[in-house]
Write a protein that binds this ligand. Structure first.
Ligand code: ADP
Ligand code: MG
Length: 475
């Protein structure tokens, strides 16, 4: 599916504030803007780290073999269940693959409470099993003769040992259930399903990036990678077995395998990323300090909070929102500045920035905000949003160069609200890739073809369950 063309963000306008405000803004511009040379160095380091992870265990970018072997033809058919855990919502999906790259889906969503996200894993699995049970009843599928095959999209770092077996190495994105790290999420959920006599068999364990890659590939056979730019950020791509130096499990059914990169951990050592004090503050107060630093600079869960950290720093220096009686309670609360606000703020191209004013008033109770302040808030959003998209470009160009994309080009499927809804995010990524791949800059959009792969975690999981079938049959 082609992405609807997002409106371009306006050229940034001069702040024209007080000398102190102007000086502050100049200083943070320097901290947030990544120029071409810096971006190139980041991309080069990214490629080195990819290669490290392919050749050795326990590297920063883990480069996890997914056990998904070979490629799709688009002709695959059948009914499959998919389960998506690890994003904002828990989803259960019934996917019908019809061949010719076509499919139908029916799905249901449920919220995962903070209590479930940080409580015992057994409670979370029971909750998921109940959601599946309810969905099957609604779909008249509770009395089937054979267990329904399910692809389980579990979007956390898992060391896989088979297409439907793996060990959770660490939680990310605000999840922190007890009794799960070091265990197999498939077995834990399958136990809950058995306890409740629910006729479902988990046949594939899927990372959402791998699912995104497959769902894009079902429609576009020249797909080489899948990315998530949503709550978190990560990518998967198709690698030649010969380049996976750490692979010790003998022959596979195909000469290629999908690799889940776990690139959110890229440069946890902080060798190359231009991490600011605002990022360090966010990191320190996060559930996983020091880890997932690349993800923390790029993804939806964190961008709003980085913006808020700049805003509150300016407030502490009496540079923002100091009007007598100004209500700063909301803006002072952690994660109260949502990443979606940045999208709305950046899309405001009006002269009086009336949308920016509205957002601050409606969501954060900030009233009587002056025009300089509106321009400052918008500029901070541009800086944080632009840096995120350029870092995403470094990862994409890294993958494209490592896999030796040529003039024929390749497709890359991307899933996630940040990519889908943030204005200019895609344009800025293309701009970044063009800088990083100068040989192809003249025609970059036809060579590195980005496209929205909506519902990679649903359809992709179903496709993975289907690949699992194929592999079983060809062994
Ligand atoms: P998930 O990654 O959890 O599957 P999404 O792809 O919907 O789900 O991403 C959710 C993340 O995207 C949240 O962190 C949220 O802050 C962010 N987000 C939601 N809407 C927007 C928007 N309009 N613009 C930018 N970011 C958004
Ligand atoms: Mg998602």
């Amino acid at each position: 599916m082609a992405k609807a063309h997002a409106p371009k963000a306006a050229q940034s306008v001069p702040i024209n504030g007080s000398p102190e405000q102007n000086a502050y803004m100049e200083d943070i511009e320097k901290q947030f803007i990544i120029d071409k040379d810096q971006l190139t160095a980041i991309k080069d380091h990214f490629i080195v780290e990819m290669e490290k992870g392919l050749n050795k265990d326990k590297q920063t970018m883990v480069m996890i073999p997914s056990y998904v072997e070979g490629r799709l033809t688009g002709q695959e058919q059948g009914h499959y269940l998919a389960l998506d855990l690890g994003g904002t919502n828990l989803r259960v999906v019934l996917v019908t693959l019809e061949g010719h790259g076509k499919f139908k889906t029916v799905s249901t969503k449920a919220r995962v409470s903070e209590e479930l996200k940080t409580g015992p894993m057994r409670d979370l699995c029971d909750y998921i099993a109940d959601c599946i049970d309810t969905f099957l009843t609604e779909q008249n599928l509770s009395n089937v003769d054979e267990d329904l095959p399910l692809g389980y999209t579990f979007s956390f770092p898992v060391l896989q040992s088979k297409i439907n077996r793996g060990i959770l190495t660490t939680w990310t994105k605000g999840f922190n259930c007890t009794g799960a790290v070091g265990k197999d999420p498939v077995l834990l959920l399958q136990d809950a399903l058995l306890r409740k006599h629910i006729p479902v068999k988990i046949t594939a364990l899927v990372n959402d990036t791998v699912g995104t890659l497959l769902s894009n590939a079902y429609q576009k056979p020249d797909t080489v990678a899948g990315l998530i730019l949503g709550t978190g950020s990560n990518g998967a791509y198709i690698e030649q077995m010969a380049k996976i130096g750490k692979w010790k499990e003998g022959p596979t059914t195909a000469s290629e395998m999908v690799i889940n990169m776990e690139f959110g951990a890229f440069d946890n050592e902080r060798v190359i990323l231009p991490v600011t004090r605002f990022d360090n503050k966010l990191d320190r107060k996060s559930i996983n300090p020091h880890f997932q630093i690349f993800e923390k600079l790029i993804s939806g869960m964190y961008l709003g909070e980085i913006v808020r950290n700049v805003i509150t720093d300016m407030m502490d220096r009496n540079l923002l929102f100091g009007q007598p009686g100004q209500n700063t309670e909301a803006i002072s609360g952690h994660y109260q500045f949502e990443t979606s606000f940045m999208s709305s703020i950046e899309s405001d191209t009006s002269a009086d920035l009336s949308t920016v004013r509205d957002i601050l008033d409606t969501n954060l109770n900030l009233t009587n905000v002056d025009d300089v302040e509106l321009r400052i808030v918008k500029r901070i959003c541009e800086l944080v949003g632009t840096r995120a998209s350029r870092l995403a470009a470094a990862a994409i160009a890294g993958i494209a160069l490592h896999t030796k994309v040529d003039r024929k080009g390749a497709d890359i499927g991307i899933d996630g609200s940040l990519y889908e809804f943030y204005p200019s995010f895609e344009d800025r990524i293309y701009q970044g890739i063009a800088e990083l791949m100068p040989d192809y800059a003249d025609d970059i959009q036809n060579i590195v073809r980005l496209g929205l792969a909506r519902d990679g975690s649903g359809v992709g999981a179903a496709l993975t369950a289907c690949v699992a079938d194929k592999m079983l049959k060809s062994k």
